[in-house]
Design a binder for this molecule. Structure first.
Ligand SMILES: *[C@@H]1O[C@H](CO)[C@@H](O)[C@H](O)[C@H]1NC(C)=O
Ligand SMILES: *[C@@H]1O[C@H](CO)[C@@H](O)[C@H](O)[C@H]1NC(C)=O
Length: 993
């Protein structure tokens, strides 16, 4: 859902200075009643600040700070502790130096080393805001008391010239992290530490950012959760201070000596890679500077709370990170893997009904229909618009789609409307009930903090008060969700605006709630003066007819849309210096590179205060996490036995155990379709397998070609939703006949793969393995894959090589593993890919409507028959696709349960194994599935088959052998499996002569 979408987008295009934005002329024209008060444009303008990394006057801490000396080094069980004392008087550069620190080094598990540096005197020299409470954000501890000797990580330290430490991989001697060469800086509002990194390093993670998967060595990653529409390289919605570092070595000589290989020029050489992870358990606003040969971490508070994961593969790091630090993702209900349709701008239930009907008419599967903020009564949570979205009609609509096994999901915003106290007809019981429970954030003086979002003036749930003080926020939230469900039988919840967003700086409504409601200070898409006709690149070429009418419409609008005058940027910036004994909460001395500038712009101010006294400064990035936590538990209160389905915008490391994430407010542009892949892969690394983006793009107008490609690409993401902003042209998949065709082709594959996707997702849930994978992760010894983010794997078996370029009919792609014997088969014609060498960029046919998909030899992929809904698909008969590898083997699994229970009372795992002459299915578990086995396809056979047996019985008819492509297709098995394909062990065999 959208926030000042077009304005922000224009800003990105024109490179405007963020602070100038709100000065764009705002006339008082409004589509609603004249009485609606518009927030003055300057309400969302903060003080002019310049990010430290861009400030020519900024002082480099390393030029003035002198670091610490270690003393009293003590061996303790599982590690060491030491005191660190400030050398000299310190620098007090971007905060007050903390004179005495404690170092804790702890071997927590064979593959995990913890290094923490924190103030020695908590609550004395400084306040307790340094320590992130373990009750709020779990802290990994020692899992194995005897792991020290098992670890491949070594810790060493030095006091010359000041305290520094190294973490080394013992088996290779490689220094993974070394703070040598830079002084440790530890102040109340600024912490700096970092490490040298090898030449041309490969780092991944550090989100949320719109960027290629590999971060490169010239980027500053700012972590400050913000309501910013997917601007490239800016800080957006999520906070994930973890990176993965992959290092490739050339293996040479008889002793298999490893030589660091920053560039893989020789594709015939043998390589080996090692990946480790570095997680900083710190929720404060921070940034990470990636330079040519080092990484520097700068945080505005908290502690240095590092966890080194030795790997040595991505898979091991990801699993260990989830197990030890953030938790495993929840299992999702089966239906959530169906196709979701949404848009901002669906006017009423009738329009939703007509959307549902259109999907049916064009025979495109639709699983779930969503509503954006349009359904609400004046944008108030838990209240419907009585005219457009009345409850009675809604109940009938939802009951009808439920009867058809379809679902409904509404958006829920994060801020709560505060009614006009002088207008009795403006009552809002949700607010009243929340206020009674002390559920809302405060100003430092104890009054209620009042910002502004869509409904006008708003208050903000205080999720932390509930933890540190006995407020009833979570109880109130759960009760509101349950009460709303009595009227509207939703099937999941979509949480938005949770960074947390406010359209004004500070508690702007404190003195004037009587002016309710307010309209934001920026124009909404589609309002007069804000018609911006963006079309994807190349729109005029493939959409000639549409382009002609669009350009006519655009020119008639161009006068209204003339850009604001670019004002000269003031040379005077607001800078602060440390105050002894106090922190500068709203304007910290170190200015991070926040996209909106001043931390109070378009967000709740840092000095907003929770019940119990903690401030947003220390917990800003936790709001989005806690609303997901509260919503997850509210859904469990409502449906105690069902898996909650939640998609959230803002998130923190660990939010993945409650919710999935969508990629936010993206654009109908080719570049953004590409960015969906690295964003998804990054979320795999963050432990969020339930991920997808607004397919066909949110802001701007989509077109036939882009939407056709994108509907096909997103079909291979676990969360598959088309969503559109208000004001743009429609982009449901039935709008263009080419897109109907393309969507059906891709959805047939997706729905056929449902058991495979569900099983893969189940493995993510139960082991922490990834669902969407970068090529480099499954093929770790191919350095040329380090950058590969235009293709991806879905689980172990499926390779997707989408066409991401306007006008193209072919796509270039790699076939990983071919140099070491991996075989790939084309999904569509089942033929093996031949004649490709390691690292070769192959040109693959990809006419419009075709998405290249390949199956990796070595896999048995379970399939069902694609139907219009997930429920019907799940009831269809089974198929197996066994793709043999170069050695004539394949394996795989199938996970089965009821598809919805939090703790299923029955589950079954079917283990598949194939050889050149047999395929065996061995079930274990107690889940009953009555579907028959209809088809089995074996690909990659060495020669012609002459006979087939199933469970010892000769299958006389019902199988065919395509001799040229060596594909054996067996269709006559249903008669043997009428009691269910997996109710006992199955043995299929075939013979060649
Ligand atoms: C840390 O590693 C560097 C090499 O990167 C080395 O020069 C230094 O001596 C090491 N220090 C310690 C304390 O091991
Ligand atoms: C680093 O990035 C900046 C901004 O994108 C660019 O101006 C600069 O040239 C880059 N530096 C190098 C060494 O590539």
């Amino acid at each position: 859902m959208a926030r000042r979408v077009s304005i922000v987008f224009l800003a990105a295009l024109l490179g405007w200075f963020a602070g100038v934005l709100s000065q764009s002329p705002t006339t008082t024209t409004d589509t609603r009643a004249d009485t609606v008060f518009t927030l003055p444009p300057n309400a969302d303008v903060g003080l002019p600040v310049i990010p430290n990394i861009q400030d020519p006057l900024a002082i480099d801490p390393q030029s003035v700070c002198t670091g610490y000396k270690a003393s009293k080094v003590r061996n303790v069980s599982n590690g060491i502790t030491a005191d660190l004392s400030l050398i000299g008087e310190g620098c007090n550069l971007y905060g007050n130096d903390v004179k005495d620190l404690t170092l804790v080094v702890e071997y927590q598990a064979a593959d995990r080393l913890h290094v923490e540096i924190m103030p020695k005197y908590i609550g004395k020299e400084n306040s307790s805001w340094f320590i992130l409470p373990g009750e709020l954000i779990p802290k990994p501890g020692v899992d194995d008391k005897d792991c020290t000797s098992k670890s491949d990580l070594a810790f060493s330290w030095s006091n010359r010239p000041s305290f520094s430490f190294n973490v080394t991989r013992k088996s290779t001697g490689d220094v993974l992290f070394t703070t040598m060469g830079a002084h440790l800086v530890y102040e109340d509002q600024f912490i700096e530490f970092g490490s040298s990194l090898p030449e041309n390093y490969n780092l991944y993670g550090l989100g949320e950012v719109i960027h290629g998967l590999r971060l490169g060595n010239n980027l500053t990653r700012t972590l400050f959760n913000a309501d910013v529409g997917d601007i490239i390289d800016a800080n957006i919605y999520g906070h994930h201070p973890i990176y993965y570092d992959t290092r490739y070595f050339k293996v040479g000589g008889k002793s298999e000596k490893l030589t660091y290989a920053p560039k893989a020029t020789d594709k015939s050489a043998k390589y080996k890679s090692y990946t480790h992870g570095v997680f900083n358990r710190n929720v404060h606003n921070q940034e990470v500077l990636l330079k040519e040969s080092n990484i520097t971490w700068r945080a505005l508070g908290g502690t240095i709370d590092l966890y080194f994961y030795e790997g040595p593969t991505q898979d091991k790091v990801t699993k260990s990170y989830q197990r030890s630090a953030i938790g495993l993702p929840p299992m999702q209900q089966l239906w959530t893997f169906g196709f979701h349709q949404c848009r901002w701008g669906y006017k009423n239930w009738k329009e939703l009904q007509s959307v549902v009907d259109s999907f049916k008419k064009f025979e495109i599967p639709l699983e779930t229909i969503w509503t954006d903020i349009d359904y609400m009564n004046q944008y108030r949570n838990f209240e419907n618009d009585h005219v457009q979205f009345p409850y009675g009609e809604g109940a009938r609509f939802i009951s009808k789609i439920h009867d058809n096994n379809q679902h409904y999901i509404p958006i829920v915003d994060s801020a709560i409307y505060i009614p006009n106290p002088d207008n009795a007809s403006d009552g809002y019981p949700t607010y009243d009930r929340g206020a009674k429970e002390n559920s809302f954030m405060l100003n430092p003086d104890g009054s209620t903090y009042i910002g502004a979002v869509w409904p006008g003036y708003t208050v903000y749930p205080d999720w932390l008060g509930a933890l540190f003080n006995s407020t009833g926020t979570n109880k109130w939230w759960s009760s509101e969700i349950s009460t709303y469900h009595e009227k509207i039988k939703f099937d999941g919840i979509w949480i938005d605006m949770s960074e947390v967003s406010s359209f004004c700086v500070g508690s702007c409504g404190s003195k004037n709630t009587i002016l309710n409601p307010v309209h934001p200070s920026f124009k909404l898409p589609g309002e007069p003066g804000n018609k911006i006709f963006d079309y994807p690149e190349g729109f005029n070429i493939t959409n000639a007819t549409e382009a002609a009418s669009a350009s006519a419409a655009a020119s008639s609008q161009s006068a209204a849309a003339s850009p604001a005058a670019t004002s000269s940027i003031s040379a005077l910036y607001h800078r602060t210096t440390p105050t002894p004994g106090a922190r500068n909460i709203n304007w910290p001395p170190y200015t991070i590179n926040n996209f909106a500038g001043d931390l109070g712009v378009h967000a709740v101010s840092p000095n907003a205060t929770h019940h119990g006294g903690t401030q947003e400064y220390d917990f800003h990035n936790v709001f989005g996490h806690q609303i997901l936590n509260a919503t997850y538990h509210a859904l469990l209160d409502l449906f105690p036995t069902k898996r909650p389905f939640i998609i959230g915008r803002s998130q923190l490391f660990g939010s993945s155990k409650w919710a999935g994430h969508w990629g936010g407010d993206n654009y109908s542009l080719w570049s953004y379709m590409f960015f969906s892949i690295p964003q998804a892969l990054s979320y795999s690394l963050f432990g969020f397998p339930m991920f997808g983006v607004d397919t066909c793009g949110f802001a701007g107008n989509a077109d036939m070609e882009l939407c056709s490609r994108w509907m096909q690409l997103s079909a291979f993401f676990p969360f598959y939703r088309n969503h559109n902003a208000a004001g743009g042209i429609s982009q449901e998949p039935y709008v263009w006949s080419e897109v109907i065709k393309a969507s059906k082709i891709a959805m047939k594959i997706r729905y056929a793969l449902l058991p495979y996707m569900y099983t893969t997702f189940y493995l993510s849930h139960s082991t922490g393995s990834t669902t969407m994978r970068a090529l480099a992760w499954d093929f770790p010894d191919e350095p040329w894959l380090a950058n590969a983010d235009r293709q991806f794997l879905l689980g172990d078996a499926v390779l997707v090589t989408p066409c991401l370029e306007q006008g193209a009919t072919t796509v270039k792609g790699l076939f990983p593993g071919v140099g070491s014997g991996t075989v790939w088969y084309d999904w569509y014609n089942l033929s093996a890919i031949t004649g490709v060498t390691a690292g070769q960029n192959v040109t693959i046919d990809a006419p419009l409507g075709h998405i290249p998909v390949f199956v990796k030899g070595g896999n048995v992929v379970p399939l069902q028959q694609p139907r219009m809904t997930i429920a019907d698909t799940r009831k269809s008969s089974w198929s197996l696709l066994a793709a043999l590898d170069g050695k004539g083997k394949a394996g795989g699994g199938l996970y089965l349960d009821d598809g919805e229970s939090l703790v299923p009372n029955a589950t079954t795992w079917v283990d598949f194994s194939a050889t050149e002459t047999s395929l065996k299915a061995v079930p274990s578990g107690n889940f009953t599935d009555m579907n028959m086995l209809a088809n089995v396809t074996i690909i990659g056979l060495p020669e012609r088959v002459h006979g087939v047996q199933f469970d010892g019985v000769e299958v006389k008819s019902g199988w065919t052998m395509d001799g040229d492509s060596k594909v054996l297709t067996i269709t006559g098995l249903a008669a043997y499996t009428v009691d269910g394909a997996w109710n006992k062990e199955r043995n299929l065999s075939w013979r060649f002569e």
